[in-house]
Every structure is written in structure tokens, then in C-alpha cells.
Design a binder for this molecule. Structure first.
Ligand code: ADP
Ligand code: ASP
Ligand code: MG
Length: 407
């Protein structure tokens, strides 16, 4: 029997009425004669509020307890959805991540899924149940609860879709698809009918929160078609898949921004072999993701080195890097959390040198200073002051004529 996995984000299950709305949508799939597995996020701002509570009782809450606490948000929404479905006369069962067989490593707050044992989910489906799985959580070898990182319910959904061989994974959210830029900041942004995994992964990794980047990665690896659509309308949405039409390639497809950026600059480090390893190895051991790294050409064998991390990792990163910098004879270590990243993304970028120039000129014309530049095959990223992000993405959207994209 055909199987669909649907995921509903926090805004879509924010209150009782919205949960009843989701229940009605879920029953449509069941009425078409398909099996359905539903993954839910926590209601509204629950996760943020739980984090705040944890910090009110402990300035440095331990990772293990924090993960158990955060996982409770998704338990509330999953059980309420099961109850709402029962009240509509449908058989439904809610499962925790552990019950759904989602096994992860032990990196609390950013755990990776190692494997899924979908036996229980399959059993419940065979009994005729709609299965509701609490998103964003799994269980490690010690049977401790782990969470997959903010926005991780998308990853739960795509991973389940892959392991259950679902026809497709539908991501229901509060926008009706993937746009050329965040439609909340760029009113002229256009909805994309389709986008390839690679470009979507690059957009998501550059800050487009509409999809969790690891979900897109899993979609690509297991070839799961992902449909992003609104839980509040019947608009057709955006399909993320392998093959996209030829004519939509080779141009800028979207613009992303990310304000969750802290910059660490190490000043006056000796330029000799082993220094970068001495700095970045302990950061890797502490499981801190380093985003961009820029090292200047050295003058008199002394150089500066800048890297970026997520803001939540800054204090830990500084506590690791400062003693290393001292021990290798560096001058100082400066932290800055007033920056943000803006990126243009598209498969054609590497073959079109004019795109970088156009991006820099556009920012210059807005009077925006570029602090750092990094590029990849499919992306050019500039680090700028956070308070200029909106101006930057609106100007870039216009400069690359993205308002002309056909919906
Ligand atoms: P959910 O809680 O449903 O997972 P998210 O807040 O994580 O929802 O993601 C949806 C939000 O992503 C939208 O409200 C929108 O502001 C933001 N967003 C950022 N970039 C884009 C984009 N390119 N297209 C659509 N939405 C985007
Ligand atoms: N509730 C979690 C969060 O707010 C996971 C998710 O919504 O995907 O990040
Ligand atoms: Mg999300």
C-alpha cells in the first residue's frame, strides 16, 4: 500500500484549533486509501520556552537533561494530534522517537541518526493506525533521549520516509513553498515550482530555515522526493527532487541569510605548519561546527585567522581557543556577534565570474561593508553587519532579477 510521510512544523500545530486542522488534513490521505505517518514539531514557541526555563534554573544546563526536556515539546503535540484524530473517528497512535526506532549517536543537542528500526511503525500501520511520531528526537545506545538540532523534525520525517520507502515526504509549514528568498523579508520573492537537492541543501545550509539541511541531505542520499507546502492553504508547494528542468539551471536560484553567526578572529598567530591543526583539532573534539575559515597571507611570518561558529557555541569555542592561542604565541582572540551571512546560491555560480562582481557591487551601492567572503561551487557568501541584512537581501534579490522567476 502506498505510504506518505507528512511533517507539520511548530506554527502548524500551535494551538488546539490548528491541531484539529492538521488532523483533518491527515485524514484526507487516509481517505485516499494510503498509509500515513505524521511527524510533528513542538507547539509554537514551546522549544524556545523550554530552553529559557532551563537557563532560569541553571546558567549552564547539561546537554543530557536539556535534550530530555526539549523532547517533551514534541510529545505534547504528537499525543494531542493522536487524540484529535481519534475524535474524528480514525485509529491513531503516537510514538516517541525511541518507540519509532530512531537510533542516534550521543551528540546531545545535535545527534545524528545512525539507523532506524521501523518495525513498530510498520506494525502499527498494518493494524490500520495513523502513526504520529514525535519529531526531533531519538535514542542513543544507553537509551538516553537525544535531539537532532533545531529544526530537526524535518530530518526525522525524511529519515522515516527513506526507511519506510515512502512515496514522498511532505513538509507542511507556514509558507506555501520554497521561495527565491525568505518571503518575510523580501516581499517580491517568488515561489519555486521545483528545486534540486543540491541547490536546496546549499540554501538550507546558508540559513534558509524552511528546510533543515540534514533533511535535504538525507533526501538526496535516499532519493526521497520532498514536497514543501502550507498547512493553511491548498497551494501546490515546491518539490525538491533530483531532476529539475534544464532551463532553471545555471543561474542564481535563491538568496539566503543567517544571523546565527559569531566571528572569532585570532590576531598575530605565527605562520608555520601545525598552527591551524592546533587551533581546530580541539574545537572538532568538542563537537563545535566551524563554518567559514579565512586566513590571511602572512607578513613577517605572522598572520590573522578568522572563523565563524553558531552563536550558541561562541563561549565554548572561545574557552577552547584562547589558551591555544596563548600557547602558540598569538596576540589576541576577538569575538564578535554582530555579523550575519548573506549568500547567493545557484548551480551556475562557479562558471560565472560576473556573479561575484555583481554581488559585491550591489552591496557597495547599499553602503554595506563586506567583512569576509567565502565561496563554494554553488554559493558566494559575504559576512556583513547584522543590521544591514534586510537591505542586502532585498538589493541582491533585485540585482539578480529573482522577482522575474516564473512561479
Ligand atoms: P516550521 O516550524 O514549519 O518548521 P520554519 O520556521 O522552520 O517552519 O520554516 C518556515 C520559515 O522559513 C518561513 O516562515 C520563512 O520565514 C522562512 N524562510 C527562510 N527562507 C525561506 C525561503 N527561501 N522560502 C520560504 N521560506 C523561507
Ligand atoms: N521543536 C524543535 C525546534 O523548535 C524541532 C523542530 O521544530 O523541527 O527546533
Ligand atoms: Mg523548520
Amino acid at each position: 500500500m502506498a505510504l506518505i510521510v507528512q511533517k507539520y512544523g511548530g506554527t502548524s500545530v500551535a494551538d488546539a484549533e490548528k491541531i484539529r486542522n492538521v488532523a483533518r488534513r491527515v485524514t484526507r490521505v487516509k481517505d485516499e486509501g494510503k498509509q500515513v505517518v505524521v511527524v510533528v514539531s513542538a507547539m509554537g514557541d514551546t522549544t524556545d520556552n523550554l530552553i529559557k526555563l532551563a537557563y532560569q534554573v541553571n546558567e549552564q544546563p547539561g546537554d543530557r537533561e536539556l535534550d530530555v526536556l526539549l523532547s517533551t515539546g514534541e510529545l505534547v503535540s504528537s499525543t494531542l494530534l493522536a487524540l484529535a484524530l481519534e475524535s474524528l473517528g480514525y485509529k491513531a497512535v503516537s510514538l516517541t522517537g525511541a518507540q519509532a526506532g530512531i537510533h542516534t549517536d550521543s551528540s546531545y543537542s545535535r545527534a545524528r541518526i545512525l539507523r532506524i528500526n521501523p518495525k513498530r511503525v510498520v506494525n502499527e500501520l498494518e493494524k490500520g493506525n495513523i502513526v504520529i511520531v514525535a519529531g526531533f528526537q531519538g535514542v542513543n545506545q544507553e537509551m538516553d533521549i537525544t535531539t537532532l538540532g533545531r529544526g530537526g523534525s524535518d530530518t526525522t520525517a525524511v529519515a522515516l520516509a527513506a526507511s519506510l520507502n515512502a512515496e514522498m515526504c511532505q513538509i507542511y509549514t507556514d509558507v506555501d513553498g520554497v521561495y527565491t528568498a525568505d518571503p518575510r523579508l523580501v516581499p517580491s520573492a517568488r515561489k519555486l515550482k521545483e528545486i534540486g537537492y543540491e541547490e536546496m541543501l546549499e540554501l538550507a545550509s546558508s540559513g534558509a530555515s524552511v528546510m533543515h539541511n540534514r533533511a535535504v541531505e538525507l533526501g538526496a542520499v535516499y532519493n526521497v522526493p520532498i514536497l514543501v507546502l502550507s498547512s493553511f492553504s491548498d497551494s501546490p508547494g515546491t518539490i525538491i527532487r533530483k531532476e529539475v528542468s534544464m532551463e532553471v539551471r545555471n543561474k542564481v536560484r535563491g538568496i539566503a541569510y543567517d544571523t546565527n553567526v559569531s566571528k572569532v578572529t585570532i590576531v598575530g598567530v605565527p605562520d608555520h605548519p601545525g598552527i591551524a591543526a592546533a587551533i581546530f583539532e580541539p574545537l572538532a573534539r568538542a563537537n563545535i561546527n566551524i563554518d567559514n575559515i579565512v586566513q590571511n597571507a602572512s607578513i613577517d611570518n605572522i598572520t590573522d585567522l578568522t572563523f565563524t561558529v553558531a552563536r550558541g557555541d561562541l563561549i565554548k569555542a572561545m574557552s577552547i581557543v584562547e589558551p591555544v592561542v596563548k600557547s602558540v604565541g598569538g596576540t589576541q582572540c576577538v569575538a564578535d556577534s554582530t555579523s550575519a551571512k548573506v549568500s547567493i546560491v545557484g548551480t551556475g555560480i562557479q562558471n560565472a565570474p560576473g556573479y561575484a562582481a555583481r554581488m559585491f557591487r550591489t552591496l557597495y551601492e547599499q553602503g554595506i561593508n563586506i567583512q569576509l567572503i567565502t565561496t563554494s561551487e554553488m554559493r558566494i557568501t559575504c559576512i556583513i553587519s547584522e543590521d544591514r541584512v534586510k537591505d542586502a537581501i532585498q538589493a541582491l534579490h533585485q540585482a539578480f532579477e529573482l522577482e522575474k522567476v516564473q512561479p
